[in-house]
Design a protein around this ligand. Structure first.
Ligand code: DOR
Ligand code: ZN
Ligand code: ZN
Length: 439
């Protein structure tokens, strides 16, 4: 099949390591068909799907059922996260055997009401996952801080969108990232910090990296492009966990991408239908909004504006996610796109985001009406069209596959010789012991 791509650019398809496609349990919001169709329209060729569904993806049976659903409907490739909580620690070996891309651990409450482990439970969970080499992705917000603040704000009668931000100040995330980094260092468990939203979180992240902790991080378009002053304009639709923060956080997040402290851009694609997004009580509004379809246009707009180069974008949207999860078609090939997962984009196309036209079942985002420059025109997965000329290739339904990772044990961590912090006392490996096996 021939394609005239004159005037278009060929990019590696984006790898979005953070999506909620809601299946099973919440298919009125999304399913693997609509979610991966949205990905195809967004130039996203691989997604990692989160476990906060019904039943949560914390048992071998739930995982097998989800693999079946995804394989029947997916237009693009996918990885499935297993849920890591105090009551799923015993299931880790079965989940690894059943094919997970990694684990998700909720340090704080958000949509789905997954219970957060105690610090003791989290340490145990990391001890059990560490030898598998899988990475644990963290919803890094401390539950106990948020519960107290929300109770106080409720008592004070606050109902406005900014009350949501007040209940989750940046310290909520800073404390969680710092604590998770210590437990990762202690156990050797690889971790990934999801949805980094604040300048303040960057410090514990950078310090952990400098100590040689295998920790990676992502931020999302909403934290790079929106700010607290957008709450009034956008209304409760903007509610997301963690919250969009004061605009002063944007520049440090961009700088952290540039310096490598933050490794990648993901979306936290979290669809909810309009009824669930607009309610009188801001604390009961469902948090999150779709993102896979708008991420690439939003970011290409920033490329057009000169905020990053196109190779920066490719590094943050495809190369680094592939590296952090060991995703590559054959050992030795770390090039995303090497198995022809490709987005063919028109970098000059100006258009306006219209929620009503989204593929996602949840047609409500904070991006409605925003002008963007850049549009995926064709998307190919493993060399086959899944979206062509802005139309879905219907026959591609069910051709998406679970992605493979090459398993490697975590490398022994050595202090970064370039670090200015080598004087900091590091946890001596010998003292860590091997509590997971009782040694
Ligand atoms: O805003 C969010 N929505 N944050 C989360 O952590 C969960 C997600 C969801 O599943 O809706
Ligand atoms: Zn989260
Ligand atoms: Zn999420």
């Amino acid at each position: 099949e021939q394609l005239d791509a004159t005037g278009l650019h060929v990019l590696p398809g984006a790898i979005d390591v953070h999506v909620h496609f809601r299946e099973p349990g919440y298919t009125h919001k999304e399913d693997f068909g609509t979610g991966t169709a949205a990905a195809a329209f967004g130039g996203v060729t691989t997604v990692f799907d989160m476990p906060n569904v019904i039943p949560a993806t914390g048992t071998a049976e739930a995982l097998a059922a989800k693999h079946r659903l995804a394989s029947e409907k997916a237009y693009v490739d996918y990885g499935l996260y297993g849920l890591l909580g105090e009551d799923t620690i015993a299931h880790v070996p079965d989940l690894v055997a059943g094919g997970v891309i990694g684990f998700k651990l909720y340090m704080g409450n958000t949509f789905g009401n997954i219970p957060s482990p105690t610090t003791g439970g989290m340490l145990e969970a990391f001890e059990v996952v560490a030898p598998t080499g899988k990475r644990v992705s963290l919803h890094a917000e401390t539950a106990s801080i948020m519960a107290r603040r929300e109770a106080r704000l409720r008592a004070a009668g606050r109902k406005d969108p900014l009350a949501h931000l007040a209940a989750r100040p940046a310290v909520v995330a800073v404390e969680a990232v710092a604590r998770a980094a210590i437990l990762s260092e202690w156990t050797g468990c690889r971790i990934h910090v999801l949805h980094i939203s604040s300048a303040e979180e960057l410090r514990p992240l950078a310090e952990a990296k400098a100590r040689g902790v295998d920790i990676t991080g992502e931020t999302c378009p909403q934290y790079l492009l929106l700010g607290a002053e957008d709450y009034g304009r956008i209304g409760p639709v903007i509610r997301v966990n963690p919250p969009v923060r004061e605009a002063r956080n944007q520049a440090p997040l961009w700088a952290a991408l540039a310096s490598g402290v933050v490794d990648m851009i993901a979306t936290d694609h979290a669809p909810h239908i309009p009824d669930e997004k607009v309610r009188d009580d801001i604390f009961t509004v469902d948090c999150g909004f779709p993102g896979v379809e708008t991420q690439m246009p939003l970011m290409l707009t920033e490329v057009a504006a000169g905020r990053m180069s196109i190779s920066d974008y490719v590094r943050w949207s495809a190369v680094n996610p592939a590296k952090c999860w060991g995703l590559y078609p054959r050992k030795g090939h770390l090039q995303p796109g090497a198995d022809a997962d490709i987005a063919i984009v028109d970098l000059a196309r100006r258009w306006t985001i219209d929620d009503a036209k989204l593929q996602s079942r949840a047609k409500i985002t904070p991006w409605h009406g925003r002008g963007v420059t850049g549009l995926p025109v064709h998307t190919l997965v493993r060399g086959r069209f899944v979206m062509k000329d802005r139309a879905l290739v219907e026959s591609a339904r069910g051709t998406g596959r679970s992605v493979h990772t090459i398993q490697e044990m975590p490398a022994p961590r050595v202090a970064n010789p370039d670090s200015t912090m080598t004087e900091i006392v590091r946890i001596p490996a010998a003292s860590r012991g091997d509590a997971a096996t009782g040694a």
